[in-house]
Design a protein around this ligand. Structure first.
Ligand code: GDP
Ligand code: IMO
Ligand code: MG
Length: 430
């Protein structure tokens, strides 16, 4: 049975949570392999809304084991808040397992994330303020704190002391903030240690063994291709590997075991936070997409920046991730437009670019070249097969499919689990 990676094709919030949840009943494991509680996934099941941040979206499927991989950064208080909130709604969270190698977000990194952003002023990135960047920086600088450190108190204390020696200098001398006490950090980290202990396993070994036993494993990315630290619009990115390759480093499963890569592409584009966005709309049409698509952040509540679909970005996502199948979400939001613009290339200082420009400066100055497709007026939320869709909606999907270079296997026509059109099996069964 396959190992499948699911990624965002744009700047996040494409509907990865819904797509993962859709597959949840057909897979044995759902693995979160990057990011932390900067992610926000809204999933609607039988009219009930769930907002997940740190927990893999497979948590809502009975029988599926949710896994937090080594590539994730964990805020323990948030993890247990989320678990408690789900348990209070009758969701079984007892199968959750957590990698011993995952890094923890200590309180000083939340503070540093926020003060650095404030300090940057107009040059800020617009982070979620959850301590993600500083925690991945600590990981790479080899001064991070991992889940396994919770179970050796003297090592934990040494690490916290060493970290605070530097962090407190920075907080006090650069940002004029109060120093943080070692004991304060120890108390916060150890508060949940015993509750976490039974969940901590060697998740790399668990997943490899599961694949040996023919189980199906779904790797669910947080964030998206253009927010990836290597392949995104750097520096306006998150600090982790959000592309398909990240599933391997973030879980301990090697590339030779991955069978399929599904990318989620919203039928238009959105972005939260700062950074270049060629098809962004600053007019009534942008407001139409924001209102109709309810484009407000699940994590921070910020209004999302909105624009037309960008197939240069889609094509790039196909290439970088090796996409086998696309899920196009929120097609219903485009209903009622006379014409639907599709960005097919960029103009940069009079030169046409069919691929992502090599330099950020060029990308900042990219003007979209649009193709205008005829719109449709019919309510499509009840469509359940491709043939049910109005002809212009089908033409839109087919043209986007042609431009992004991989098949569109599933189409979302509403937030609910059932508001979905499946053209081909995402599990590769046809
Ligand atoms: P994620 O971070 O990629 O999981 O996406 P978010 O949950 O942040 O944002 C996607 C939003 O779109 C959520 O509110 C979903 O309930 C909603 N959604 C997903 N698919 C569809 C769809 O096909 N149509 C509509 N109208 N809403 C959808
Ligand atoms: P999901 O998984 C959209 C953005 C932030 C900011 C940048 C860096 O729901 O798609 P960070 O806090 O990660 O250091 O912020 O990345 N960002 C997201 N945008 N969806 C997300 O997650 C995001 N996670 C981070 O807005 O621009
Ligand atoms: Mg989201």
């Amino acid at each position: 049975m396959p190992a499948i990676v699911l990624v965002g094709a744009q700047w996040g919030d494409e509907g990865k949570g819904k797509a993962t949840d859709l597959l949840g009943s057909s897979v044995d494991y759902v693995v979160k392999f990057n990011g932390g509680n900067n992610a926000g996934h809204t999933i609607v099941v039988d009219g009930e809304k769930y907002a997940l941040h740190l927990l893999p979206s497979g948590i809502l499927s009975p029988g599926c084991t949710p896994v937090i991989g080594n590539g994730v950064v964990i805020d323990l208080a948030v993890l247990f808040q989320e678990i408690d909130a789900l348990q209070a709604r009758g969701i079984d969270t007892s199968r959750l397992v957590v990698s011993a190698n995952a890094h923890l977000i200590p309180p000083y990194n939340r503070v540093l994330d926020k003060v650095t952003e404030r300090f940057l002023g107009s040059r800020r990135l617009g982070t979620t303020g959850r301590g993600i960047g500083p925690t991945y920086a600590d990981k790479m600088s080899r001064v991070g704190i991992r889940v396994q450190d919770l179970y050796d108190e003297s090592i934990l204390r040494q690490k916290v002391e060493a970290a605070l020696e530097v962090k407190n200098q920075v907080l006090a001398k650069i940002y004029n903030r109060r120093a943080i006490e070692v004991q304060e950090v120890m108390d916060e980290l150890l508060k949940h240690a015993e509750r976490l202990r039974p969940m901590v396993v060697d998740t790399g070994l668990l997943l490899s063994t599961a694949l040996d036993e023919d189980k199906t494993v779904l790797f669910e990315a947080g964030q998206a291709t253009l927010l990836d630290v290597d392949h995104g619009t750097y520096p306006f990115v998150t600090s982790s590997s959000a592309v398909a390759a990240g599933a391997c480093t973030g879980s301990g499963v090697p590339p030779t075991r991955i069978d399929r890569v599904i990318a989620i592409l919203k039928a238009y584009s959105t972005r939260v936070g700062e950074g270049p966005f060629p098809t962004e709309l600053h007019d009534d049409m942008g407001e139409f997409l924001r209102k109709t698509g309810a484009e407000y952040g699940t994590t921070t509540g910020r209004p999302r920046r909105c624009g037309w679909v960008d197939t240069v970005v889609g094509r790039y996502a196909t290439r970088i991730n090796g996409v086998t199948d696309f899920v196009v979400t929120k097609l219903d939001v485009l209903t009622g437009l006379e014409q639907v613009p599709v960005c097919v290339a960029y103009d940069v200082a009079g030169v046409r670019h069919d691929e992502m420009p090599m330099s950020q400066s060029d990308f900042h100055h990219a003007t979209p070249i649009y193709e205008y497709l005829p719109g449709w007026w019919e309510d499509i939320s009840a469509c359940r097969t491709f043939e049910d869709l109005p002809v212009n909606a089908r033409r839109y999907v087919e043209r986007v499919e042609e431009l992004i270079g991989a098949r569109v296997s599933t189409i979302g026509v509403g937030p609910g689990r059932d508001e979905t059109i499946e053209r081909h099996s995402l599990l590769g069964l046809d």
